[in-house]
Design a protein around this ligand. Structure first.
Ligand code: SME
Length: 157
């Protein structure tokens, strides 16, 4: 496996279409979850240069910080709290164009302005979330939802 990522310029869709097969190749044959989550966070950060991208994993009644790229972040989030905890409780992707308008948003950084959270689901049970934060308002849309859901569907817990 080559460890060098080919960075694609162009539309958001073109960037995802170039990145997804590379992420698949990175995960192929590697059973270790932490290694795979770390490489996905690294690949997404390298391609999109988002402010923060990473995983929280369900441990008991909380989400606990997992592999990520970006500034240090809150370590534990309760079910139903913030964007991540709400995505967990609803088992659905949440796109938040303006975090200040999301009731209960947890501000790990005041620089974060918009966010998308995608749940990791196995057999109908949420076992973690992928969280992406941007310093730009309204940064995420349906294209991100479709492709990020496709990326997390390829993660074996
Ligand atoms: N803003 C998130 C918390 C996690 S950090 O952004 C990394 C939330 O409201 O759940």
């Amino acid at each position: 496996m080559a460890e060098d990522l080919i960075i694609q310029k162009g539309t958001k869709q073109e960037q995802y279409l170039s990145l997804i097969p590379q992420i698949k190749a990175l995960l192929e044959g590697e059973p270790d979850l932490v290694a795979n989550l770390a490489n996905i966070a690294g690949a997404l950060k390298e391609q999109f240069n988002w402010f923060w991208v990473g995983f929280y994993l369900v441990k008991g009644e909380q989400l606990v910080l997992g592999p990520f790229q970006g500034p240090v972040a809150c370590t534990r989030i309760n079910k139903g709290r913030g964007v991540c905890g709400t995505s967990w409780a609803k088992a659905e992707t949440l796109i938040v164009p303006d975090v200040e308008k999301f009731p209960g948003h947890i501000a790990c950084s005041s620089l974060s302005k918009s966010e998308i959270v995608v749940p990791l689901i196995k057999n109908g049970i949420v076992w973690g979330v992928l969280d992406v934060d941007s310093e730009i308002l309204n940064h995420f849309d349906e294209t991100d939802k479709i492709f990020l859901e496709q990326i997390v569907a390829g993660i074996k817990s």
